[in-house]
Design a binder for this molecule. Structure first.
Ligand SMILES: Cc1ncc(COP(=O)(O)O)c(C=O)c1O
Length: 406
């Protein structure tokens, strides 16, 4: 059962929001502010527990290693993985998708097909392009419907015996659409294809259950759900990870090395060459615990309320064009002010103390599909309030006033 969140208390967790000079922060799809529990965990780790992990035969290294291993378990539990051995620490979604393209990609051959969609982030396009150039695989792209959702009949028509992998955003960072990846995974498995879920936009907003989804890979970046930068996870079914070659090589991922050859550790360690971002991984685990304590269903309920409030305001404004579906979405609002370039909208809002993003949002092919050079985007986090949304729309009135000829 969901309970209402105490927004006042949540805002106290984020020192940034207490700063008198703070702007209204509505760029959460890009990255989030960090609560004290995460910042304190990071600084305490470096102050009191710092030693390289999996190396030192001394107590301090054992303490650091225990925290790093514990972080892996927290991440596994958060997405309901069977085992922490299915969690590879990476720098974030970008590295995770590059890892799969480079390593799983070695199992693909010319003529094999990878399906992505028209709403993907560059991080889920370019690695497949590189693989296509290197190995002659074909990239197929799922169309969008008029309302900004994935065209599922088109997806079904693309699946065939050559499809080896489907790699799709769980939630679009531009349209806010929540894709029905559960159904898409079922269909992919029917033709024997594996499925990668790019969950960059998910952990802060909706529940993730990799066993219920039955996805083969899933990735997220900590910085998008109140954790530190430079760390994230790649989830992979263990049997799949075991069959994949290492992505990078060096220290920490081997069992033996001679000048002629090396033996590698089993997954996940064979994918973690070099000193990992262990303090950041621990910081990420504290962000996940923070989300668990708030309750992901409570967060969803509160953010849905604020989303409905915001959607209503968009509906009332004739001068605004909002992109993305009406339902099955989160509070990511990409829009245009008629007759005004998105960058001008963001610049004027900034002068009013409201931070939003403007540009192609690392989704140039999507901008092309929508026939726009750029979009303005406001995106919600757990700490945003109705009064902040009111100030966004007051700022948009100023934009219109400045650009009107009256
Ligand atoms: C849907 C999606 N995929 C991938 C990424 C890349 O994430 P990162 O830059 O943390 O690697 C982002 C970041 O905005 C995203 O929104």
């Amino acid at each position: 059962m969901s309970q209402s969140l105490n927004l006042e208390n949540i805002r106290k967790d984020f020192k940034y929001l207490a700063n008198k000079k703070q702007v209204i922060y509505l760029d959460n799809a890009s990255t989030t502010q960090k609560p004290d529990v995460v910042l304190n965990a990071l600084s305490d780790f470096y102050r009191y527990s710092n030693a390289n992990v999996h190396r030192g035969a001394y107590h301090l290294s054992e303490v650091a290693t225990a925290k790093y291993d514990q972080a892996r378990q927290v991440a596994a539990d958060f997405i309901h993985a069977k085992s922490s051995d299915e969690i590879v620490f990476v720098r974030g979604c970008t590295e995770a998708i590059n890892l799969v393209a480079s390593s799983f990609g070695q199992q693909l051959n010319a003529g094999d097909e990878v399906i992505i969609s028209a709403m993907e982030h560059h991080a889920n396009i370019v690695p497949w392009q590189m693989l296509s150039k290197a190995k002659g695989i074909k990239i197929r792209v799922i169309n969008l419907t008029e309302s900004g959702e994935l065209d599922l009949p088109h997806y079904k028509s693309l699946l065939n015996k050559h499809t080896k992998l489907v790699s799709i955003a769980h939630i679009s960072n531009v349209l806010g659409a929540i894709n029905d990846v559960g159904l898409m995974i079922e269909w992919a498995h029917e033709v024997g294809a594996k499925f990668l879920v790019d969950a960059a936009q998910s952990p802060a907003h909706i529940q993730i259950d990799v066993q219920a989804l039955d996805c083969d890979f899933l990735t997220f970046s900590a910085h998008k759900h109140y954790g530190p930068t430079g760390v994230g996870i790649l989830y992979g079914k263990h049997s799949l990870l075991e069959r994949m070659v290492p992505y990078q090589t060096g220290g920490s991922m081997i069992t033996s090395v001679t000048y002629e050859s090396s033996e590698f550790m089993s997954a996940p360690h064979k994918f973690e060459a070099g000193t990992p971002a262990y303090a950041e991984a621990y910081g990420m685990s504290q962000a996940l615990i923070y989300l668990n304590e708030l309750g992901i269903n409570n967060i969803k309920q509160a953010e849905d309320d604020l989303m409905v409030y915001t959607l209503e305001k968009f509906k009332q404004s004739d001068d605004l064009i909002l992109y993305g579906p009406k339902d099955n979405r989160i509070g990511v609002f990409s829009f245009l002010v008629k007759g005004v370039h998105a960058h001008d909208v963001a610049t004027i809002l900034d002068s009013q103390g409201v931070a939003i993003r403007a540009g192609h949002h690392c989704a140039m092919p999507l901008m092309h599909t929508l026939s726009v050079p750029a979009l303005a985007r406001a995106s919600l986090g757990v700490y945003n309030t109705k009064s902040e949304i009111d100030q966004l729309f007051d700022g948009l009135k100023t934009v219109k006033k400045i650009f009107s000829n009256e």
